[in-house]
Design a protein around this ligand. Structure first.
Ligand code: FAD
Ligand code: SF4
Ligand code: SF4
Length: 402
């Protein structure tokens, strides 16, 4: 008796949306790339902006959900370990010391994976992302440094069938990881490792230009920038010079609408679904901040741990009054004169939150802002869009009336 022909999976029947079509999440779409692949067939149950599935995702990826009564898990997600670190021999041109790129290189060299999903830059513009499935260390290194714009990482899933890639390391931000985890079981892979970046306030390429024009003295020569733990934005220019600008001196009225709507409605700052997360905001200035969520994350970290200068995470100060004051100032779109911004920056840098407390400051500030944005722009989504952990954080503050 012959076996009945198996039914094609939905993605085997589907094709990407034609260019110009409206993406199902409409204005909230973060252009994660899923809908540019045949896995668009799963969009209704996978898109981070159509349905929030933090609990099932954490369960699937880590075997349990975060403990909401544990302050570290409430803020930073499921974890078995957090540490602060930097590469003893930093990678030239990386965003920070290059832990992420070195890890991608070692994953290939040690034959843990066949390819690394990462983001190179377009040949015409360093800030336009070009997602790739890197097969060599050189291709991974070519993806170093942030492209601080929305990146359609998951569109390269389309290249997986027939590629020979069975083991993949995917590097990505929260919204990309949420969709990836949701379709993971349908991918033609034997192994998937997920290396996450924390992410907030992302922008379109056009939005980035508005931000650079407003914040930097020389927007066309910026090659790298970061909002750092000293409450300043550090711009690096093509000639190697550095410019720093206090957060509190930003032209808030001009920049209020610059962030993408997806990012103004996002609560996955610390990348809940990744095995390992490498950022900076929970570490002291100059260090990176690593969260190991599960044994697969530790296996990734094992690839580079001997190459790191590590230290325990620390926490100092009290963020709460500063967060509450910031909610009102942001809402009124206050622009401070530069001298006052420098004075405030001076005091906050010396006496303000440090280490994990700086991480909580940033999370509180963004979650309250985003909750208010949702209440004003998508009140119908508030109930199902704000996850329980974010709601608990937002409820600690008084928000302006929507
Ligand atoms: P590198 O070795 O330089 O590697 C950078 C990696 O980033 C590359 O592998 C590349 O594939 C990937 N990448 C670049 N651009 C994108 C993109 N647009 N989408 C997805 N992947 C990309 N950390 C915090 O602690 N707080 C934050 O608020 C924060 N915001 C971020 C916002 C964005 C848009 C991005 C991309 C990252 C953000 N990070 C944040 C992470 C942080 O800036 C560093 O990327 C991280 O610490 C790794 O540094 P590195 O030197 O090890 O990276
Ligand atoms: Fe599709 Fe991703 Fe946009 Fe959602 S965010 S609509 S999954 S491209
Ligand atoms: Fe995606 Fe959130 Fe980052 Fe925006 S802020 S790119 S929605 S993870």
């Amino acid at each position: 008796m012959s076996a009945a022909p198996s039914q094609p999976l939905p993605h085997e029947r589907a094709r990407p949306l034609p260019p110009g079509s409206t993406y199902p999440a409409k204005d909230l779409c973060s252009q994660c790339g899923l809908c540019d692949s045949r896995w668009v067939a799963y969009v209704r149950s996978s898109c981070a902006f159509l349905e929030q599935r933090f609990e099932s995702m954490e369960h699937q990826a880590h075997g349990r959900t975060r403990n909401l009564d544990d302050e570290d898990e409430l803020y930073f997600g499921v974890q078995q370990r957090m540490l602060s670190a930097r590469l003893a021999a930093p990678i030239e041109g990386a965003q920070w010391s290059g832990i992420v790129s070195r890890l991608g290189v070692r994953a290939l060299e040690s034959d843990l994976v066949d390819a690394v999903l990462c983001v190179q830059q377009s040949p015409d513009d360093r800030f336009t992302p070009l997602p790739v499935l890197a097969r060599t260390p050189a291709e991974v290194l070519a993806a170093r440094v942030n492209k601080p714009t929305l990146s359609p990482n998951l569109r390269v899933l389309e290249q997986l069938p027939g590629s020979g890639i069975r083991r993949l390391l995917a590097i990505g931000v929260g919204c990309q990881v949420q969709a990836l985890r949701a379709v993971q079981a349908t991918l033609p892979l034997d192994e998937l490792y997920v290396l996450g970046l924390p992410c907030v306030d992302n922008v379109s390429r056009q939005g980035l230009q508005t931000f650079l024009n407003s914040a930097s003295r020389s927007p066309d020569t910026v090659v790298h920038y970061e909002f750092m733990q000293d409450f300043r934005i550090h711009f690096r220019h093509a000639d190697g010079s550095e410019e720093t600008v206090p957060f509190f001196g930003l032209d808030t009225p001009a920049l209020k609408d610059v962030f993408a709507p997806s990012c103004l409605s996002c609560f996955d700052y610390t990348n809940a679904g990744a095995d390992l997360v490498v950022g900076y905001m929970g570490a002291e200035f100059g260090h990176q901040w690593i969260t190991v969520r599960n044994p697969r994350g530790q296996r990734l970290l094992d690839l580079v741990e001997a190459e790191l200068d590590t230290a325990p995470v620390t926490s100092r100060g009290d963020r709460r009054a500063a967060v509450q004051q910031g909610i009102g100032a942001y809402d009124k779109a206050v622009k401070l004169p530069l001298w006052l911004a420098e004075v405030i920056g001076f005091f906050v840098q010396r006496f303000g939150p440090r280490g994990l407390e700086y991480g909580r400051f940033s999370i509180d500030s963004h979650f309250t802002r985003n909750a208010l944005w949702l209440q004003r722009h998508h009140p119908e989504l508030v109930e199902r869009h704000i996850p329980a952990f974010a709601r608990r954080i937002v409820d600690r503050y008084t928000l302006p009336t929507p």
